[in-house]
Design a binder for this molecule. Structure first.
Ligand code: CP
Ligand code: NVA
Length: 311
């Protein structure tokens, strides 16, 4: 399937069928990649990876993914390029498009990613902004499919900050039929205007519940993220206080379904939003999630970058 958009900026930009096609390719290629049996469908292609924030998973999985397809990658921080300070985003997009075949960017402002995409003739992929983390959530859904056969009808409870990962989960809930609950302190829920935009006139099974105990009852997936995201370090003390009751520990996990999965995008602040007993415990699938970033992102790159080879 050819995707309808040039860029991968938000799960909201794609149909359920298109997202399913990415998931299917990720699932199909995972065993092949593990056995070094993947066809190099994108020889010679270069992916520029622009990072304005740190990363372990996103950086390594994108760089490995393009190599597995037969291409190569460039890692660039903003010290080299200076988007918006040394050079206007439209010039960066135009110039990079003359050298490389795709751009992955992790930055602060979603608008910068959109501007870069508008001014690039090659695909631009969102590797996390303050607003969204679409590759993460697609990898998470792949993990739920592997462990539970599908996400349809499941109750996913996101415990913590209504931030980038939670926002992409809302985008996913508008595409796939599952129940999404966000439990957070008042003041840390998803932005109302964002929720309105995503839900529009559609039927999205989404609820914000302040009380974590009420929210977690019957959860099939308990999802954690840090309380202080990259760029919010100055708010750390205030956030530690606000989120105290939202720690995912064994007692809280006991309220979820007995077979519930524990998921976390990582990095985790162990002892803050999650205890060692939970993240290292029998419900946890966090390293499968981390691995699946590779398989999902390879599928995204493969479907966005033109090739006449069969995928
Ligand atoms: N989950 C995730 O995006 O991890 P990194 O910040 O290490 O890339
Ligand atoms: N919400 C976290 C996710 C990290 C992958 C952050 O933005 O730092």
């Amino acid at each position: 399937m050819k995707l309808s958009k040039k860029d991968f900026l938000s799960l909201g930009d794609f149909s359920r069928e298109e997202l399913r096609a990415i998931l299917d390719l990720g699932l199909k290629q995972k065993p092949l990649a593990r056995e070094f049996k993947l066809e190099p469908t994108h020889p010679g292609r270069v992916l520029a990876c622009l990072f304005h924030k740190p990363s372990l998973r996103t950086r390594i999985s994108f760089e490995v993914a393009i190599r597995q397809l037969g291409g190569s990658s460039l890692y660039l921080t903003d010290k080299e390029i200076g988007i918006g300070s040394r050079e206007a985003p439209q010039d960066v997009g135009e110039v990079l498009s003359r050298y490389v075949d795709g751009i992955m960017i992790r930055t602060f402002d979603q608008k910068l990613v959109e501007e870069l995409a508008e001014n690039s003739s090659v695909p631009v992929i969102n590797g996390l902004t303050d607003r969204l983390h679409p590759c993460q959530v697609l990898g998470d859904i792949m993990t739920i499919i592997e462990h539970r056969g599908g996400i349809e009808g499941k109750k996913v409870v996101f415990v913590g900050d209504g931030n980038n990962v939670a926002s992409s989960w809302l985008n996913a809930a508008a595409k796939f039929p599952f129940k999404l609950v966000l439990t957070s302190p008042a003041g840390y829920a998803l932005e109302e205007s964002f929720v309105r935009d995503v839900i529009g006139g559609g039927e999205v099974d989404y609820q914000w519940i302040e009380d974590p105990r009420e929210a977690l009852t019957g959860a099939d997936v308990v999802y954690g993220d840090v309380w202080t995201s990259m760029g919010q370090e100055k708010e750390k003390e205030q956030r530690l206080k606000a989120f105290r009751k939202y720690q995912i520990n064994e007692e809280i996990m006991g309220l979820a379904d007995k077979d519930a999965l524990f998921m976390h995008c990582l990095p985790a602040h162990r002892g803050e939003e999650v205890t060692d007993a939970v993240i290292d415990g029998p419900h946890s699938v966090v390293y499968d999630e981390a691995e699946n970033r590779l398989h999902i992102q390879r599928a995204i790159i493969a479907l966005l970058m033109p090739t006449d080879k069969e995928l």
